[in-house]
Design a binder for this molecule. Structure first.
Ligand SMILES: *Cc1c(COP(=O)(O)O)cnc(C)c1O
Length: 468
């Protein structure tokens, strides 16, 4: 592709993206295609000779777009958001253009140093303890795996890296913890049977006294408790585990405390919501995802540790071909996690934080929380509807309840959700809380405004009426 052609299509794609954001509401939020519909349209074999960009762009629009679920639609209320923003997208374009692979300082000093500074900015924005240092990972799943590996090494005085796991080591998390905890426990070699699920209270927060009992019981049996994973903003209901109490137990029992705040962490930039991290100073590591709720393109997950030395000692490698004369003076992020090669993710984050400034980021998050509270109030006032979990942030769990039996209610709410999502106008997803099927409405797409939440409420009520 020559320079002029590249320029032409580059401008054309930016135009398309700008229009897309204006018109995104004309698409069904959740893709309506059936399994295999897209694959059938892609040739089974690669083309032998090249094709013109015009044709590729046509096929993008014709074949790919119908199979896209529009996460940046203002009617997005499913899962948690993975929101983005124009400054983030522009940053990603430059990152793609540079095509740097930022494994060590030398392979792009600016990437390493900007990442270091961005993590300092985020640490201040969330008021994490001074002295903590951070690294950008792809996802919270990876960050939690790093925490489990570092916890394993610290518990065994860095013996497991050398000799493999010789002891029966245990991990603790609330029954409401994210599925990545189980996955990571398996990958890190602890074994699923050594993961202890601790009961949660009526607000879906871990019960610290149950945690303490379980750790002591395990110690008496000869197991080695290695890591507690607390969740701030559980995936099902945004429950907030009490870090202060959990932290004291972890300090007394000398167990690594990792805090997973993948979604909710962003809310801690608001002074009024900073309480969700009260007690964080007791933690050894912490993760939250700017790629969920901080207007930064997927992927960008911020992982912080109290003691970078333990992290580096767990992951460092020193092959001859990666040695440079600067290694004593600089941060080589290859030693801060699993992957060697690394994307330049700090650039988009820099653009987002600078373009909006902390104040505007705060006001956008505050607005999402306000909209969720508003929706909660509508539910509370409406006969036949009920709120199913405390609404601390921007997630509302609710269901319809006309007094029929629990198992029938589950079926009823399932049909309600299918009917809502089939409209294509909004998209929301479900979970179960203490065995009850509930719908989740998560506000967080950048363009979602009060009118969109109002519209969602009308659709939900209409669908409820039609199935009752
Ligand atoms: C979304 C989520 C995760 C997983 O996030 P990834 O970055 O996709 O790995 C983990 N924990 C919680 C609480 C989450 O909400």
């Amino acid at each position: 592709m020559n320079k002029d052609e590249f320029r032409k299509h580059g401008y054309q794609f930016i135009d398309w993206i700008a229009d897309y954001y204006e018109e995104v509401q004309k698409y069904p939020v959740r893709s309506q295609v059936q399994p295999d519909a897209i694959k059938k349209q892609i040739p089974e074999t690669p083309p032998i000779s090249g094709e013109p960009m015009e044709k590729l762009f046509e096929d993008f629009k014709e074949i790919i777009l119908p199979g896209i679920t529009h996460w940046q639609h203002p009617g997005w209320f499913a899962y948690f958001p993975a929101n983005t923003s124009p400054p983030s997208i522009l940053g990603e374009i430059l990152t793609a253009g540079l095509g740097s692979q930022c494994m060590i300082w030398q392979t792009s000093p600016a990437a390493a140093e900007l990442e270091e500074r961005m993590m300092e900015w985020l640490r201040m924005m969330l008021q994490l303890p001074e002295g903590w240092e951070g690294v950008i990972h792809d996802t919270a799943s990876t960050a939690t795996l790093c925490a489990l590996l570092t916890a394993r090494e610290r518990a065994t005085n860095f013996e497991s890296n050398q000799s493999g796991m010789r002891k029966e080591m245990t991990v603790y998390a609330s029954e409401e913890a994210h599925s990545s905890v189980e996955k990571d426990v398996k990958i890190a070699g602890y074994g699923k049977q050594y993961l202890r699920y601790i009961p949660a209270d009526a607000a879906f927060a871990l019960l610290p006294e149950k945690l303490e009992d379980m750790i002591r019981q395990d110690k008496r049996k000869g197991y080695m408790p290695a890591c507690v994973i607390a969740t701030v903003g559980t995936t099902s209901s945004a429950g907030i585990d009490p870090l202060e109490a959990i932290g004291q137990i972890c300090c007394a029992e000398k167990v690594w405390l990792h805090v997973d705040a993948a979604y909710a962490g962003t809310a801690a930039i608001l002074p009024k919501k900073r309480w969700i991290l009260n007690g964080i100073e007791h933690a050894d590591s912490f993760v939250f995802n700017p790629h969920k709720w901080m207007f930064t393109n997927f992927d960008c997950s911020a992982y912080f540790v109290k003691d970078p030395g333990a992290l580096i000692r767990t992951f460092e490698i020193h092959p001859e071909y990666l040695k440079t004369g600067r290694d004593a003076q600089v941060k080589n992020f290859r030693d801060w996690g699993i992957q060697l090669g690394r994307r330049f993710r700090a650039l988009k984050l820099w653009f987002v934080i600078r373009y909006y400034g902390v104040e505007q980021l705060q006001s956008m998050i505050r607005e999402h929380i306000r909209l969720a509270q508003l929706f909660k109030e509508w539910i509370e006032k409406e006969p036949g509807f009920e709120v199913m979990a405390p609404v601390h942030l921007s997630l509302v769990c609710f269901r319809i309840n006309d007094g029929r039996k629990e198992n029938e209610l589950n079926e009823l709410n399932k049909s309600l959700m299918e009917q809502i999502n089939d409209t294509g106008k909004i998209f929301l997803t479900h979970t179960t809380l203490k065995g009850k099927y509930v719908l989740r409405l998560a506000v967080g797409q950048r363009m979602t405004q009060e009118s969109h939440v109002q519209n969602a409420w009308e659709i939900i009520r209409k669908c409820a009426k039609s199935i009752l």
